[in-house]
Design a protein around this ligand. Structure first.
Ligand code: ATP
Ligand code: SF4
Ligand code: MG
Length: 408
C-alpha cells in the first residue's frame, strides 16, 4: 500500500501538465534566442572572446563552465561549474560514470553542442593561442572556431565507423583536413603527407589503404585512420572520447600506445575521456573525476589512484576488479545519480555516501548543508568534500547559473 502511494507521489512529481509544458517551451525559446543573439554580437566585438590564460603553461583552462540543455522537461544542467586545466604536453584523464557530463565538457570546448537547445551559459573556456593571447571559446564566433577545430584541437570519437564517411576513400578523408587548414600545400604535398600519416599510425599497406573505403578496413584500422585524421595538422590538443571502447582488448592496448607515442612526437596534450580506470591509470598524468556534472576530485594520477579522497572516487577504486584477488561479490556504489533537471542543493553524492560527517548533514535552519566547496588538500590534489573542510584550504563554491536570470 505504502509502496503504491510512494509510486503515485513520484509519478505526480515528474508529471508535467500541458500548461507547464507550454511555459517551459516559451521560456526555452526566449532564452535560447537571447543566447544566440549574444553570440552573434561577439562576432562584432572581439573583446568579448579575446582573453589571456591564467597560466601560460596550460593549453586549455576550464573556469566555472556551465553547459545546460533547454529541454521539454526543463533545464538539464549537464555541466555545472567545472574548473580544471589541461597543461601543455600532458595527458588529462576525465573519468566518471555514464551521463556525468564528460562528453558535454569536450563538446563545449569544440563548440559542437546541439544548438540552440545546448548552450554554454556561464564561465570561460580559455584556449591558448600560443602568442600570449587566448580565446574564450564560450563566445568565440564560428568562423574563428573553424580555424581551431581540426587544426589546433582535434577529436577522436568512440565509434570510427560512424565518424568516417562511408562513401569517400580513406585517402580523400585525410587529405580533406589538410586541404582545409593548409591551402598553401600542393596536391602532391598533401598526398605525401597523408601517406606519411598513415604510415605513422602503423598502417603497413599505406598506398592500398589510401584507395580503400572505410568498410574494407577492420575496426582497429579504422580507429588508426581516425587518429591519422586527428593528428594530420599536429594539433596542440587531442580530445579522445572513449577512443577504444569499440575495440577488443589487444587492439585497445595498441591504439593507446600509439596515441601516447604520437602525442610525444608532436608535443601535444590529450584530454582522454573514459570510464575505464585501467586506461587512465596507464596513460594519464592528471585525472579529473566528474560526478553529476561537477568535478568532485582532481589531481595527479598518483593522487587519485593511490590517495583517493572523495568517497565516490574511493568507491570507484574499490569497485575495480583486481587480478588474482578472490572476492564473492564485486563492490558497487549503492543508489543512483540525482535527477539532472532537479539537482539537490546539498552534496550530490550525499544520498549514496557512506562517509557523511556532521557538516554534510545540517545547516543551522535544519535543511541540508550547501554543496561542498573545492578544497585544496595538497599542491596538486583538490576535492569537493566536507570531510576535508577543516584540514584543507577552502577555495570556493562552484558558480552555477540561474537559468531564469539569463533573461534579465
Ligand atoms: N542533446 C542533449 N539534449 C539533452 N540532454 C543532453 C543532450 N546531450 C547530453 N545530455 C545530457 O547531459 C548529461 C551528460 O551527458 P554526457 O553525454 O556528457 O555524458 P557522458 O559522461 O559522456 O556519458 P557516457 O559515459 O555515457 O558517454 C546527461 O544527463 C545527458 O542526458
Ligand atoms: S561532502 Fe559529505 S556527503 Fe558529500 S561526499 Fe563528502 S562526506 Fe559524502
Ligand atoms: Mg560520453
Amino acid at each position: 500500500m505504502a509502496d503504491n502511494k510512494e509510486k503515485k507521489e513520484e509519478k505526480k512529481s515528474s508529471y508535467i501538465s500541458a500548461k507547464e509544458s507550454r511555459k517551459i517551451t516559451k521560456f526555452n525559446r526566449k532564452v535560447t534566442k537571447r543566447l544566440e543573439a549574444d553570440r552573434a554580437n561577439a562576432k562584432k566585438d572581439p573583446s568579448l572572446y579575446k582573453t589571456h590564460m591564467k597560466d601560460d603553461k596550460n593549453v586549455v583552462e576550464f573556469d566555472n563552465v556551465c553547459t545546460y540543455f533547454f529541454t521539454d522537461v526543463g533545464v538539464v544542467k549537464a555541466v555545472d561549474g567545472i574548473t580544471f586545466n589541461i597543461p601543455k604536453c600532458s595527458t588529462v584523464g576525465v573519468v566518471g560514470e555514464s551521463g556525468c557530463g564528460k562528453s558535454v565538457t569536450s563538446l563545449s570546448l569544440m563548440q559542437l553542442l546541439q544548438r540552440p537547445s545546448g548552450q554554454t551559459v556561464g564561465g570561460e573556456i580559455r584556449f591558448n593561442l600560443g602568442d600570449g593571447n587566448a580565446y574564450n571559446i564560450v563566445n568565440t564566433p564560428t568562423s574563428k572556431m573553424q580555424e581551431i577545430r581540426g587544426n589546433k584541437v582535434s577529436m577522436i570519437f568512440q565509434e570510427p565507423m560512424t565518424s568516417l564517411n562511408p562513401v569517400f576513400k580513406i585517402g580523400m578523408q585525410v587529405n580533406e583536413v589538410l586541404e582545409l587548414h593548409h591551402p598553401e600545400m600542393s596536391k602532391e604535398e598533401i598526398r605525401n603527407r597523408t601517406l606519411e600519416m598513415l604510415e605513422m599510425v602503423g598502417i603497413a599497406n599505406k598506398e592500398g589503404v589510401y584507395e580503400m573505403y572505410p568498410h574494407e578496413l577492420s575496426g582497429g584500422m579504422r580507429q588508426r585512420v581516425m587518429i591519422a585524421i586527428a593528428l594530420a595538422c599536429s594539433p596542440e590538443l587531442i580530445i579522445a572520447d572513449e577512443p577504444t571502447t569499440a575495440l577488443d582488448v589487444t587492439i585497445q592496448a595498441q591504439i593507446l600506445d600509439l596515441l601516447s607515442e604520437l602525442k610525444d612526437k608532436i608535443n601535444s596534450s590529450i584530454m582522454l575521456i573514459t570510464h575505464d580506470l585501467g586506461v587512465v591509470a596507464s596513460m594519464a598524468d592528471y585525472v579529473v573525476v566528474m560526478y553529476a556534472g561537477r568535478v568532485i576530485e582532481k589531481g595527479t594520477a598518483d593522487d587519485i589512484f593511490h590517495h583517493p579522497a572523495h568517497p565516490y572516487t574511493i568507491g570507484l577504486m574499490k569497485s575495480k576488479p583486481v587480478v588474482g584477488k578472490k572476492v564473492d561479490e564485486l563492490y558497487n556504489i549503492e543508489g543512483n545519480v540525482p535527477n539532472p533537471v532537479d539537482m539537490p542543493d546539498y552534496c550530490y553524492f550525499r544520498d549514496r555516501c557512506e562517509m557523511q560527517c556532521e557538516r554534510c548533514k545540517a545547516k543551522k535552519d535544519g535543511a541540508g548543508a550547501d554543496y561542498p566547496p573545492e578544497i585544496k588538500i595538497s599542491d596538486t590534489h583538490f576535492v569537493s568534500c566536507y570531510r576535508f573542510f577543516d584540514e584543507g584550504e577552502v577555495l570556493g563554491y562552484p558558480k552555477t547559473v540561474n537559468a531564469e536570470e539569463l533573461l534579465k
